[in-house]
Design a protein around this ligand. Sequence first.
Ligand SMILES: *Cc1c(COP(=O)(O)O)cnc(C)c1O
Length: 366
Amino acid sequence: MNFIDLKKQYEAYKLEIDAQIKETIESTQFIMGPKVTELEKKLAEYVGTRNCIACSSGTDALLIPLLAKGIRPGDEIITTPFTFIATAEVVSLLGAKPVFVDIEEETFNIDPRLIEKAVTKKTKGIIPVSLYGQAADMDDINSVAKKHDLFVLEDACQSFGAEYKGKRSCGLSEIGATSFFPSKPLGCYGDGGAIFTNDDKLAATMRAISVHGQKERYRHSIIGINGRLDALQAGVLLAKLGHFDEELGLRSRKAEYYTEKLSGYVRTPQIKSHNKSVYAQYTIRVKRRDEVASRLMENGIPTAVHYPLPLHLQPAFSHLGHKEGEFPVSEPGAKEVLSLPFHPFLTQKEQDEVIRNVKEAVEYYK
Ligand SMILES: *Cc1c(COP(=O)(O)O)cnc(C)c1O
């Protein structure tokens, strides 16, 4: 059994994906060009924002907005410690300081009630993460931000396609950033990402930054990066985007099936009533997680841990001087979360096998 099955997905859309790749190779338009423009248009329509800037990865989709906002040493950015390193790494790369705020027990997303206490004169923005495919509480976050004149950059790297109060993730705050890393809900065949905003001026600056700060060829108005999306990746995404809603339907049915069969045995994902998750991960919570995971592996069930060590305890952030015990919701969470095999092509037989083995392992280590 595979944790994520990209092979089955390729087989399902092979003709379209191959045709897209072939067209790009034959056109020899590898950088920028019509495929990237078409993708940006479709993604912006899908999310419901005025602008989409395709870029080289989810990490760059987070970095480019921070560059556009002029983030520099001395600035502080509020974010969650319960995320992938990229969320806070981009802050540190610019010499600014990530200021961590603990998460909500229920959703693993930043707790909006704790944000205000972390705001200082140096705070410039907030990066909430919509983890596991469920949007953070963006209304509450946006209102704290508004009060203190901060920008909100949603790290939607796991939540492209998710809905919050009927609106799509990526379009829930001033800026949204997503990733098309192969294993994300919408993945390409390499690295890719996209940035979304309704602010045209900010969009123009971010677009310029993604191409070495140029608005006209070889006239560089600001310092930028090489942050473009490949035309080949744009083609793959165009082919997959046509099937994406159908995949989201499958994802949610499969997640509901896991939840129905596993609740009462383990803590299953809790999705708020105003949210529609895309289940980037189907993540349960269990005691003695590492032992449960090893037993599952021995029985042929691959699992993953997203993520075993919260960012404030990562060696790379040791200079921030955090200690164990500072984030009482994130820390036990990191010891107990376990992501199960999950993708739109998972069969009921496979799910039943996972369910049986999870119940058995949890009972064994009770
Ligand atoms: C995947 C991910 C990123 C980084 O995306 P890349 O495309 O791998 O650079 C950032 N934040 C979160 C929460 C992610 O899951």
